[in-house]
Design a protein. Structure first.
Length: 145
């Protein structure tokens, strides 16, 4: 049974899914853009993009799971905890990459990480041009029961 109170987080989840989708697109684009520069650069770009994707997905899964709106402090603690986990994960994954990949290209890796982290936000934050699926043709909000 859905009511307006239950759908408070839906726009946030839609925007989150859009952001994560754009991050996948930019990860693929960064990796493909590195292809002309050789296998080492391409692998480095793929590592940077993958680290960013993995860390952001873990963050999103921890922050955006269900919570009660009556407990706003819980979401704040979740966000701080998820950010700490994300940073630790990034440091650990980059350390593993440095330790195991001899021909790692630092500018390619960090450039791909930066591109996947920053650029998708410019596209995901654009307003959706489609009408709201939860809005009736007369403009009133619908609820499912």
């Amino acid at each position: 049974m859905y009511t307006n109170a239950d759908s408070v987080g839906l726009p946030d989840r839609v925007q989150l899914k859009r952001l994560l989708l754009w991050q996948v697109v930019f990860a693929l684009a960064a990796t493909l853009a590195a292809l002309p520069f050789g296998l080492a650069v391409t692998a480095s770009a793929a590592v940077g993009a993958a680290v960013c994707l993995l860390a952001n997905w873990v963050f999103a899964l921890r922050v955006f799971k269900r919570y009660r709106a009556q407990q706003p402090g819980e979401i704040v603690l979740r966000m701080y905890g998820a950010e700490i986990i994300k940073i630790a994960m990034i440091l650990a994954l980059f350390s593993v990459a440095f330790a195991t990949i001899d021909s790692l290209n630092l500018p390619a890796m960090l450039g791909a990480y930066f591109a996947v982290q920053v650029l998708p936000a410019l596209f995901a934050s654009r307003p959706d041009s489609r009408p709201d699926a939860r809005t009736a043709s007369d403009g009133s909000k619908q609820t499912r029961e």
